[in-house]
Design a protein around this ligand. Structure first.
Ligand code: UD1
Ligand code: CA
Length: 480
């Protein structure tokens, strides 16, 4: 079910498209349902259905879409779902698009309990500290009698702590019979799916409730505060799983790892680290502090400090940061180094090469063992097009150079500091491209007379003259 209006989110984005651990809530629900390998998976859409349908086409093209024209309640939503499954028999599992923590094992356990109990309806329930807002499970001893919604409950029923998670297994026939009999004779004037429970019992069918100890899994998202709470809980669970698999997490409270991330044994995550998308980190690597990696592949024993990187590959033993910005298409070779205030984009950095300080390295290839001096700019853009520059192996680009693309610096070549390079440099050559230096004597005394600089220069020159005089006198005494 994903057709509700989600009013309490106060959002232009449909509730089930809000994200948690890098996935939409509807994607979480679909992944969990898929774990049962169902014959058919139907998503009931309604409110803002164009947006939801578009998203489903992208992330889950295998699902069948059913449309609930108006949000008349959960019972009506399931009716809409069944309308695309004509002649259905057997088990129908119903879940909600806004319960993102539900685990596949829980759903499997629910189906197993349904089968072993010989039930027509099995409800997943939980005993929670605060049942406010949920439907309550009304029992007579072990027997489940019915489910009563918050707004229809008597004071005695409101005191019940066992809640309906909104997740069920139904026998298709019992479900269809119950849905056909639904009436909106309740406080909300809606068709309640939960009324199928009482209907099944009155028809002499077995109804069971399976109580889930881990009640946090059943918690839904109705507003932004709950979204944040569920996201934090899911993150805690993801981190707990990685720690169990040998990852050190120094500060779980400030470390965020999304569902699609893959970590190896002996990875260390320092405080303020966020690993997103399809990021993977190989064994022995240390990430953080204060680092965000989105779709980044980090090799064994690499070190990434205070860095923001996206769609980049960081090779084994490479060191990045602090304060580096790696943009899409960056590939850093084995044991290479990217240092402080360096920005890279579509840059291939060879094995052991170094780009240590204050550089823009866009559309660039740097060969193995080369050194790119502080403040070098790969000027890749002429205002119209972008071009690639290449530096060969074991070459040396002096500080504050500009390489105006496209240029090629060959293997073992040098570029003198402060050069603007506009044509290729051959193997072993030194390229110098800057004005000859001239020193104009007495310029400060003439042009800046009366300043502190002029006074300092005058004093220094006087000292030098005095020293020269003393040396000359000493030389005469020694008979030179
Ligand atoms: C529902 C249950 C309640 C349970 C709670 C668990 C009913 C009547 N109540 O209440 O017993 O404790 O879930 O979270 O079922 N939806 C539709 N179409 C509609 C209405 C809802 O598709 O017309 C979808 C929503 O998008 C959502 C799900 O059904 O995914 C639950 O709807 P919601 O309005 O949140 O139900 P609750 O009031 O939380
Ligand atoms: Ca809900």
């Amino acid at each position: 079910m994903a057709a509700g209006a989600g009013t309490r989110m106060r959002s232009a984005v449909p509730k089930v498209l809000h994200r948690i651990a890098g996935k939409s809530m509807i994607a979480c629900a679909i992944d969990t349902a898929d774990a049962l390998s169902p014959d058919r998976l139907v998503v009931v859409v309604g409110h803002q259905r164009e947006l939801v349908t578009e998203h489903l086409a992208e992330i889950a093209p295998h699902v069948t879409i059913a449309v609930q024209e108006r949000p008349l309640g959960t019972g009506d939503a399931v009716r809409a779902g069944l309308s695309v499954l004509p002649g259905i028999a057997g088990e129908v599992v119903v879940t909600s698009g806004d319960v993102p923590l539900l685990a596949p094992e829980t759903l499997r356990g629910l189906v197993a309990a349904h089968r072993s109990g010989g039930n027509a309806v099995t409800v997943l329930s939980a005993v929670v500290p605060d049942p406010t807002g949920y439907g309550r499970i009304v029992r007579d001893g072990e027997e489940v009698l019915r489910i009563v919604e918050q707004s229809d409950a008597s004071p005695d029923e409101l005191a019940l702590a066992e809640i309906n998670s909104g997740i069920y297994v139904f026998d298709a026939e019992a479900l269809a019979d119950g849905l056909a009999a639904l009436q909106a004779a309740n406080a909300q004037g809606e068709l309640y799916l939960t009324d199928v429970v009482a209907h099944a019992r009155s028809a002499g069918r077995r109804v069971g409730a399976r109580v889930l100890d881990d009640y946090l899994q059943t918690e839904g998202v109705n507003d932004r505060a709950q979204l944040a709470e569920r996201a934090a809980e899911l993150n805690r669970r993801i981190l707990a799983r990685w720690m169990a698999e040998g990852v050190t997490v120094l500060d779980p409270a400030t470390t965020w790892v999304q569902a699609g991330v893959d970590l190896a044994e002996d990875v260390t995550l320092l405080p303020g680290t966020s690993l997103e998308g399809a990021t993977s980190v190989a064994s022995g690597a240390t990430i953080g502090p204060d680092t965000t990696l989105v779709d980044v592949e980090v090799g064994e024993n690499a070190r990434v400090v205070r860095t923001h990187a996206e769609l980049a590959v960081i090779g084994p033993g490479a060191t990045v940061g602090p304060f580096s910005y790696l943009r899409p298409g960056t590939e850093i070779g084995t044991k290479a180094h990217i240092g402080a205030f360096v920005e890279t984009k579509k840059a291939i950095i060879g094995e052991g090469a170094k780009v240590p300080h204050l550089t823009y390295c866009g559309d660039a290839v740097v060969g193995a063992g080369s050194n790119i001096g502080a403040g070098t700019i790969f000027a890749n853009y002429d205002g119209v097009g972008k071009y690639t520059s290449t530096v060969g192996e074991h070459s040396f680009v002096g500080s504050d150079s500009v390489l105006v693309a496209p240029v090629h610096i060959a293997d073992g070549a040098y570029v003198a500091a402060g050069s603007t390079i506009t044509s290729d440099v051959g193997a072993g050559e030194l390229a110098v491209s800057r004005g000859q230096q001239r020193n104009i004597r007495g310029w400060v005394a003439r042009k800046r007379a009366g300043t502190a600089s002029a006074a300092a220069a005058e004093a220094a020159l006087a000292r030098a003259a005095e020293e020269q005089g003393a040396e000359a006198a000493a030389g005469e005494e020694a008979g030179e």
